[in-house]
Design a protein around this ligand. Structure first.
Ligand code: AHG
Ligand code: MN
Ligand code: MN
Length: 326
């Protein structure tokens, strides 16, 4: 089976980018090991602290963040990084060529129930003019990403990665410690009968999302004239993995509870990298108003509404937004 290195070379990735990706994945393998040890390693449960997002941090949020931060800072490839768990940009090596944004542990409430969790990251070129602690270089649109990936800590540890030449799936071979290519050039089916949304928030959604989901729920008897199935992992990394494997639509819309906060998911750490992976697999990713990867962030912790997955289903959902505007 092909190794990650060969696939990255075949896709034209520069040597320094390959080395950075390998460094990041070394950190993810360490997280994978800690996660698999669970209660035996004393890594489960919450801390007494909150992160900048106002969420109580799990021990694994803090441990994973520290592992990635230490590994990247020592590598020499990274000028600065931003993390969901860090209030400010973390300066690293002034000569580093890359910027990394990451969600060290996605779906961390799932640690309590031994269910799916993962790490999500994206890589940008670091502008030469940039001082390592300067946040302004992070506010580039997702179209500037040079790579995006997630590592899913499930029954197998899997990696989905793109450098802009397709999305490939790898599986961690724990016997020799490498990621081996298990599915190249994933192509999402354009149509689907499976959707993912936290339906308990329904009363707070905007009007187009209310209408769209009510049509899915109506099934064969409704305007879509087919039955849909619903899944919700409560970890975006798990839901997007399912969508990459067999198609579907994943949504986390804005809701009316907090008009200041446009959705729950974070552009830099969740929406952008997943949008790149989905688009490279032939899918679509939108906020309801524009392509996610074209959003120019104003803040490193910015949140956006997310609608992504099989292209025809995303288009239908977006048509509900268009009709409301008209
Ligand atoms: P995180 O654990 O990094 O804070 O992210 C959790 C996110 C995302 O992964 C998931 O889709 C969503 O929150 C789940 O939200 P609900 O609490 O609404 O299920
Ligand atoms: Mn997350
Ligand atoms: Mn997280």
């Amino acid at each position: 089976m092909k190794r990650l290195n060969s696939q990255l070379q075949q896709d034209g990735a520069q040597l320094e980018l390959i080395l950075l990706i390998r460094t990041l994945l070394a950190a993810c393998k360490e997280i994978s090991f800690r996660v698999s040890q669970g209660a035996l390693a004393g890594v489960l449960g919450s801390t007494l602290s909150e992160n900048v997002q106002g969420e109580t941090q799990k021990k694994l949020d803090v441990i994973s963040n520290q592992i990635i931060k230490d590994t990247l800072c020592e590598s020499g490839y990274v000028k600065a990084m931003s993390s969901e768990e860090e209030e400010h940009v973390v300066p690293c090596d002034p000569d580093g060529k890359y910027l990394v944004s990451f969600d060290p542990l996605d779906g961390s409430s799932n640690t309590e129930i031994n269910s799916l969790i993962g790490t999500i990251f994206s890589i940008f070129h670091a502008p030469q003019w940039m001082e390592p602690g300067d946040p302004s270089a992070f506010v580039q649109p997702g179209t500037q990403m040079v790579a995006a990936a997630y590592v899913l800590y499930g029954p197998s540890t899997m990696l989905a990665m793109t450098t802009g030449r397709g999305t490939h799936l790898y599986t961690l071979d724990k016997t020799h410690g490498g990621f081996l290519l298990t599915q190249a050039n994933i192509q999402l089916p354009q149509q689907t009968a499976e959707y993912a949304i936290n339906a308990s928030n329904q009363r707070h959604w905007d009007t187009p999302m209310q209408r769209y989901v009510s049509e899915l729920v109506a099934g064969k008897e409704g305007p879509r004239k087919k039955d849909y199935n619903m899944r919700w992992v409560a970890a975006m990394v798990g839901d997007i993995h399912r969508v990459l494997c067999r198609g579907g639509i994943f949504m986390y819309p804005a809701d009316k509870r907090n008009p200041e906060q446009t959705g729950k998911l974070r552009l830099l750490y969740e929406a952008n990298p997943m949008a790149f992976l989905i688009e490279q697999a032939g899918g679509k990713a939108s906020t309801g108003e524009r392509r996610i990867m074209e959003v120019v962030p104003t803040d490193i912790h910015q949140r956006v509404p997310v609608i992504m997955g099989s292209s025809e289903e995303v288009d239908y959902c977006l048509s509900c937004y268009e009709e409301t505007k008209a």
